[in-house]
Structure formats: C-alpha cells, structure tokens
Ligand binder design. Structure first.
Ligand code: SAH
Ligand code: DHB
Ligand code: MG
Length: 224
C-alpha cells in the first residue's frame, strides 16, 4: 500500500512538472474555469496538460475545421481554437443552454472571433444529423467528450464527418481503470469504443494514458 501511495504521488508530481513547463498559468484559461465554477458547472473539464495536447494535435494536423462534442464551459474549446490555423472554425456541440452561455463568454474572452466558432445547442445526435444533412465539409479533427454511453455512436458520426488524414480524439478513454473490468457496466461503452478504434481498418489508433485526478486517457485515431 505504501508503495502504491508513493507511485500515486510520483504520478502527480510528474504531471505537475509537465504542467509547469508546458501549460503555465494563463489568465484567460483561469478566468474560464473560475466563471464555470461560479456558474455551478461540473468541474469535469480536461486538465491543463491535456488541453495543451489538444492544441498540439490540432497544430500537428494543421486543422482549419474542428468539431467538439461536449462543450461544457469552453475550457477544452479554447485550447482547440488556439491550435486552429486561420481562417478556421470551431464547431462545438452542447445540450445544456446554461453551459453554452458560459462557454460563449469564455471563448469570446479568449479572443476567438465570433465568426470563428459556433456553439450548436441541442442534443448531440440531432446536431450531428444536421451537420451530415447539410453536407458540411469534412472536419480535420473531431474531439469526443460528451455522455460516455454514446461514444460508439459518436464514432460512427465522426467517421461520416471526417476524411482521410483527419483525427478523431476522445477523452476519458481509461476512466480510472474501469475499462479494465469487463463487469463494470458504466465503462461498457468506453471499452467498446476503444475496441472498435483498435480494430477498425479505416483507422490507425492508440489510447494514451493520462494522469488526472485519477488515471484517465485520450484516444487518438487517424482516419486512413
Ligand atoms: N469538453 C469539455 C468537457 C465536456 S463535459 C472540457 O473539457 O472543457 C460534457 C458536456 O457534454 C457537458 O457540458 C454536457 O452537458 C454535455 N452533454 C452530455 N450529453 C449530451 C448530449 N446528449 N448532447 C449534447 N451535449 C451533451
Ligand atoms: C468526468 C470527467 C470527464 O472528463 C468527463 O468528460 C465526464 C466526467 C468525471 O471525472 O466524472
Ligand atoms: Mg472528459
């Protein structure tokens, strides 16, 4: 047990080290978290270093169009938007009108112009159907981070809305290790998602473990 505690502390210290170097204090991001907290939003945003990774992945694929599924207060959205090559566009989907309102203010304060992002308010599935129906040009990157039960379904939509070379990312791919337990019903859809991206011949993929409050991970898949 002592050994386990030491390992936990080491993991946290390592995360803090990386964060200090690569995700230093940032007024706009801190204000976004503060206003989200004050508005009573759940504190389930990505970590600062995962946010930095999101920005970097957007930069690596030189994305001009990014789709986010699950906006919350716009914390991850700001990171994604910062990576987008201009002129570019972030589309982010959110069910909760109050979350969307907080996010709109946070993203605007980050200096993302009104014409460079849209928050589609409503059920993800309806918004995704709208995007497919309207024959929106394929997105260069899709980040999945809404209700976990629907991840396999969101993967299908993401495949419809991307093109070869695009990236499909998903947060919470490990969920404190609950994906390791085949009897844990709460992680069933996440396990199914991970198994699908591992085996789908249209994708080249990996799940990267990440240190957060608990161990979690990000799924990274390239559309071939
Ligand atoms: N990406 C955010 C966190 C998203 S939390 C960040 O890291 O900053 C998940 C969000 O998805 C919540 O705001 C929740 O309201 C939204 N959500 C959950 N189910 C949804 C659905 N079916 N349709 C649209 N949004 C949904
Ligand atoms: C939790 C974390 C997340 O990143 C998320 O998208 C949903 C829930 C959580 O810690 O409960
Ligand atoms: Mg998440």
């Amino acid at each position: 047990m002592m050994e386990e505690d030491r390992t936990k502390k080491l993991l946290r210290d390592v995360d803090a080290y990386v964060e200090e170097l690569f995700a230093p204090p940032d007024e706009v991001l801190e204000a976004a978290l503060r206003d989200s907290r004050e508005a009573g939003l759940p504190e389930i945003n990505v970590s600062p270093s995962e946010g930095r990774l999101l920005q970097l992945l957007v930069e690596i694929v030189d994305a001009r169009s990014v789709l986010e599924i699950g906006t919350l207060g716009g914390y991850s959205g700001i990171h994604l938007a910062r990576g987008i090559r201009q002129p570019g566009f972030l589309t982010t989907l959110e069910l909760n009108e109050r979350h969307a309102e907080v996010a709109r203010k946070n993203i605007e304060r980050a200096g993302i112009e009104e014409k460079a992002f849209e928050i589609m308010v409503g059920d993800v599935k309806e918004s995704l159907a709208t995007l497919v129906r309207e024959e929106t040009s394929p997105f260069d990157l899709v980040f999945i981070d809404a209700d976990k039960e629907s991840y396999p379904e969101y993967l299908e939509w993401a495949l419809k809305l991307t093109k070869p070379g695009s990236l499909i990312l998903a947060d919470n791919a490990i969920r404190g290790g609950s994906v390791l337990d085949p009897n844990d019903a709460s992680a069933r859809a996440t396990r199914e998602f991970n198994e699908r991206i591992a085996c789908d011949e249209r994708l080249s993929a990996i799940v990267l473990p990440l240190i957060r409050e608990r161990v979690d991970g990000i799924a990274i898949a390239k559309v071939l």
